[in-house]
Design a protein. Structure first.
Length: 363
């Protein structure tokens, strides 16, 4: 178990913009119409959790230990430099600041960050200094991309974190670790798992076993926590590179939509109702929306302590500046940083972030 002591000072947000939650509430109401009311608790407070794949958030400095980052240097194919990095960070930070009615999420998982330096630049130079603590560790991914977590020390106390290796078998390229971070609030513990499962490069069927391997690691962590406390509160988030109905998620992770009443599955998948509507996704691939960025809750969210279920579906966060009207004026997909390989267009990411508001009940 490794950890760090975050800075314990905060500064108020300089900008407070309101983002209505009406779209998420409407989605919930429409999706559950005709199924009868679902009784949700009235929490003492709420937390906004989020996840964002930041698409190749690289440091322009060449890391000699990582051959995979050569293209993201000033001399590399992407002509990646400090100016382009600063623009990308500014847009990512703008999206983060807009969440949670302008106060930023209480915690947000990140994927495709190269190192702690770029995460620190985001948290300390582009977001209000001291607002967020950082959880990060290097993963064995050959390109050097990692997962990370930002959290508000004024809301949650970090107790520690550990990284879980995903073994893809002999000869396979190493992938990202699963991050397990433990927090305390009001005498209750909360575990957050940040994931970035292997991609579908090479074909979905050929790579299914790799994502199932990552799912088994995450499931094992959850089961070990449930063995200690059957009502443990776990938030799993990440770019899973599979949609909610995929075998890795439905069968291995055993994550399903919650529709009321008893629930026997391992995880409540709040991405499932979004995928069922088929009108928006977090990723746009070959003319189709995909919901591969997902947030899930353990069954502890159905009790009356700690995290409690508040919203049935995650929200795909799509402010105008994150959308690309020029590439596709009909679907308006995420405004990515590069197109056609190396053509720089200056957007923040090829993914939309996702958010979920959860309730919090004191003991």
């Amino acid at each position: 178990m490794a950890g760090h002591s975050p800075d314990q000072y905060t500064r108020p947000m300089s900008t407070r913009l309101l983002i209505p939650l009406a779209a998420a509430l409407l989605l919930n109401a429409c999706h559950h119409a005709g199924r009868g009311p679902i009784a949700l608790l009235h929490p003492d407070t709420t937390l906004l959790v989020a996840f964002y794949n930041t698409e190749n958030l690289f440091d322009p400095t060449d890391d000699p230990a990582r051959t995979g980052d050569d293209e993201f240097t000033p001399e590399g194919a992407m002509k990646w430099n400090d100016e382009r990095l600063d623009r990308k960070l500014a847009q990512i930070a703008r999206a983060i600041r807009l969440m949670n009615n302008g106060s930023g999420p209480d915690l947000i998982g990140l994927a495709e960050v190269e190192n702690r330096r770029v995460v620190t630049m985001l948290a300390e130079e582009h977001l209000p200094r001291g607002l967020y603590g950082i959880v990060h560790a290097e993963s064995p991914d050959e390109r050097g991309i990692d997962v990370a977590l930002l959290y508000k020390p004024s809301v949650l106390t970090l107790k520690g974190f550990t990284m879980h290796r995903v073994d893809l078998g002999a000869g396979a390229r190493p992938t990202r670790d699963v991050m397990e971070a433990t927090f305390a609030k009001d005498g209750h513990m909360l575990t957050v798992l940040v994931n970035h499962w292997p991609s579908r490069l090479g074909g979905e069927e050929r790579t299914t076993a790799r994502r199932e391997a990552a799912a088994r690691v995450a499931a094992g962590v959850i089961d070990s926590l449930r063995a200690l406390d059957p009502n443990t509160d776990v938030v799993l988030m990440g770019d899973l590179n599979d949609e909610p109905g995929a075998p890795s998620i439905e069968n291995v992770l055993d994550a399903r939509e919650y529709t009321g009443g008893s629930f026997s599955h391992r995880m409540i998948n709040t991405a499932a109702p979004v995928a069922a509507t088929d009108t928006i996704g977090s990723y746009f691939y070959r003319g189709h929306w995909e919901v591969i960025d997902q947030i899930m809750l353990s069954r502890g969210a159905l009790d009356s302590s700690g995290v409690v279920l508040s919203e049935m579906a995650e929200t795909v966060f799509t402010p105008e500046f994150l959308r690309d009207d020029r590439a596709d004026p009909v679907h308006r997909p995420p405004y990515r940083t590069y197109v056609r390989g190396t053509q720089y267009i200056g957007g923040p990411s090829d993914h939309f972030p996702v958010t979920l508001r959860v309730g919090w009940m004191r003991r």
